[in-house]
Design a protein around this ligand. Structure first.
Ligand code: FAD
Length: 595
């Protein structure tokens, strides 16, 4: 395979979203030779779509806020399944990561006295999200990207990694192809950081972009790492439901944080009917108290519209099912009757334009129609909390592809902070580990040949399955059978359907040649989507309780004994196995915060 393009780095970062860029900057600062490879253009990663903000207990708006309150909120939001150490590091380090972004040129919205402004979001006790209007992700990416480019970090854009390469049990590099030319490229690197984001494209209705095909999850699994918490998929309560072409596009939680309320077709503010026992003590039980909270948070409790996302998504689902939905199968999100048009346009400029342009709805004058959309995967590569290293030596993961930080449910704003905190930690540790090596691992030519044959397989089959049809069928299975409300019978059916799809993808065929061929790209992505979907379905079938982003109609209660267990998925040959593993023990001083 002498004709394949080759590169050599100390640290190869796969993904150029917030996590990947922050990891690359950290690895470079630690003295490593760093390369970034990403399947879209630099600056196009999913992070750019993030709207509401970065959660960090900076105490700029509420001096009562501190890392312990943030830690507690995160653990409670995750229904206590989070890895406590990740949640602790995250809460402790997020404020420094935001201040550092500002030093690097990010322009945040300000409080009247000139500090970084912080806004309210579901599940956060205090206004905590540092933001730039509702375009925070854009500013985050712009800042990190400018810094990475200024540091001279080499970027390989529009190149997709299809396989990790190993030397014995440890990582040796990665193999991929250029999307435009279809030519192959091999990277030799003793440390590889996966920062590939999420899995949403396995679902029919999603806020996620085309890039979210679970590549990093599947690559890690195939390399021998385990995936933790895969049963927990977050359905954001408010996606657009109309017109059909934009179904699933996100309506930021900031609409509710800034005063928007949810109503059913009878005009009723129904969230008061869905306050769970767990959150009763800190949630307002009347509209009057909920409305007073926006002005006086010390003497009033939070509105139920700002309960964690899993609670709100289930409530909307129940209202629609009960026949009290909006004309297009959602509910109404109303900020028009509660805030002035000037306020709405200033605080939510992207939402204003999104609805005006995509749905011809003026959100300053009329309510939006919204419903749940697949948004985020809590599950991901199991990593060491301090270093980000997986069970495979030299393989690291950070950002949405990593698991453990968010437990059963992620709080809004906690992803962008997660990317910064663990992106940095992972990049540093990946660089240190590479520097400590006495001998660099080597890529085997046989592995490179096998990876290229595997990638080219769809060209060798004539008249086989069409990748687009298979993708459509996969999305139907996951949407209908492993969606927001689950039952054993449906998930068993899903596993049967997924097995048949696995068989079908061995017969995928693509037409044309390797130069920019989206059908071929999809054929390769589909293998990852199927692996990840199977992990979700198997873990979800195994967990016989309801918790966070996993709701079982046949096991509606939360079961304390399941609160002590994480499920891990691993590959055994081609089969996905699920094991029960005890939660890491939280030290007593942190445990006391919950008494
Ligand atoms: P990404 O930013 O998605 O980057 C993934 C990178 O991996 C991309 O560069 C991609 O090209 C690359 N990649 C993937 N596969 C491959 C491959 N095989 N080979 C090479 N490269 C590959 N979170 C918050 O905290 N606050 C918010 O306000 C917020 N708003 C959101 C709004 C929307 C509409 C959405 C969809 C999400 C929002 N989130 C928010 C969630 C948050 O944006 C994501 O969880 C986060 O950006 C993920 O970042 P990442 O760095 O892990 O991955």
């Amino acid at each position: 395979m002498a004709d394949i393009e080759r590169h050599s780095f100390d640290v190869l970062v796969v993904g150029a979203g917030g996590a990947g860029l922050r990891a690359a900057i950290a690895a470079h600062d630690a003295g490593a030779k760093v390369g970034i490879v990403c399947k879209s253009l630099l600056g196009k990663a999913h992070t750019v779509m993030a709207e509401g903000g970065i959660a960090a207990a900076m105490a700029n708006v509420w001096k009562e806020d501190n890392w312990k309150v943030h830690f507690r909120d995160t653990m409670r939001g995750g229904k206590m399944l989070n890895h406590w150490r990740m949640a602790q590091l995250h809460a402790q380090e997020a404020p420094d990561r935001v201040r550092e972004l500002e030093e690097w040129g990010a322009l945040f919205d300000r409080t009247p006295d000139g500090l970084i402004s912080q806004r309210d979001f579901g599940g956060h006790r205090y206004a905590r999200l540092a933001h730039v209007g509702d375009r925070t992700g854009l500013e985050l990416i712009r800042t990190l990207q400018q810094r990475a480019v200024a540091l001279g970090i080499e970027v390989f854009m529009e190149a997709t990694i299809t396989r990790l390469l190993k030397d014995g049990d440890r990582i040796a590099g990665a193999f991929g192809y250029w999307r435009e030319s279809g030519r192959f490229v091999a990277f030799e690197a003793p440390s590889v950081v996966l920062a590939t984001g999420g899995i949403g494209k396995s679902y029919k209705v999603t806020s996620n972009s085309w890039e979210y095909t679970g590549d990093g999850h599947a690559l890690a699994l195939e390399a021998g790492a385990s995936l933790v918490n895969m049963e927990f998929v977050q359905f954001h309560p408010t996606g657009m439901v109309w017109p059909p072409s934009v179904k699933g596009i996100l309506v930021t939680e900031s609409v509710r944080g800034d005063g928007g309320v949810l109503r059913n077709s009878e005009g009723r503010r129904f969230m008061f009917d869905y306050i769970p026992e767990f959150f009763k003590a800190e949630t307002a039980d009347s509209e009057e108290e909920a409305d007073r909270w926006y002005e006086d948070k010390t003497n009033n409790r939070r509105p139920p519209e700002l309960l964690p996302r899993d609670e709100v998504a289930r409530a909307i689902n129940a209202e629609v099912k009960a026949g009290r939905g909006s004309p297009h199968g959602g509910v109404f999100l109303d900020i028009a009757s509660r805030r002035t048009p000037e306020y709405i346009r200033r605080r939510l400029p992207s939402m204003y334009h999104q609805f005006k342009e995509l749905a011809d709805v003026d959100i300053t004058a009329e309510p939006m129609e919204v419903g749940p959309t697949c948004h985020y995967v809590m599950g991901g590569v199991a990593v060491d909390p301090d270093t980000g290293e997986s069970a495979v030596q030299g393989l690291y993961a950070a950002g949405e592809v990593a698991g453990g930080m968010h437990g059963a449910n992620r709080l809004g704003g906690n992803s962008l902070s997660d990317l910064l905190v663990f992106g940095r930690r992972t990049g540093l540790n990946a660089a240190y580990a590479a520097a400590r090596l006495k001998q660099r691992p080597a890529i085997s030519e046989d592995d490179v040949r096998a990876a290229s044959e595997h990638a080219l397989a769809p060209f060798g089959i004539e008249g086989g399955e069409n990748p687009y049809t298979v993708q459509h069928d996969l999305q139907e299975v996951m949407h209908n059978l492993v969606g927001i409300i689950r039952t054993a019978g449906e998930m068993e059916q899903a596993l049967t359907d997924l097995a048949s799809l696995r068989e079908r993808i061995t017969r995928l065929s693509v037409e044309g040649h390797r130069q920019y061929n989206p059908g071929w790209h999809l054929a390769l992505d589909l293998r990852n989507m199927l692996r990840v979907s199977e992990c979700i379905a198997r873990a979800a079938l195994e967990r016989t309780e309801s918790r966070g982003g996993h709701t079982r109609d046949d096991f509606p209660a939360t079961d304390d004994s399941w609160g002590k267990i994480n499920l891990h998925c691993r590959l055994d040959g081609e089969a996905v196995g699920v094991t029960h593993e005890p939660l890491p023990q939280m030290p007593d001083d942190l445990r006391e915060l919950f008494n």
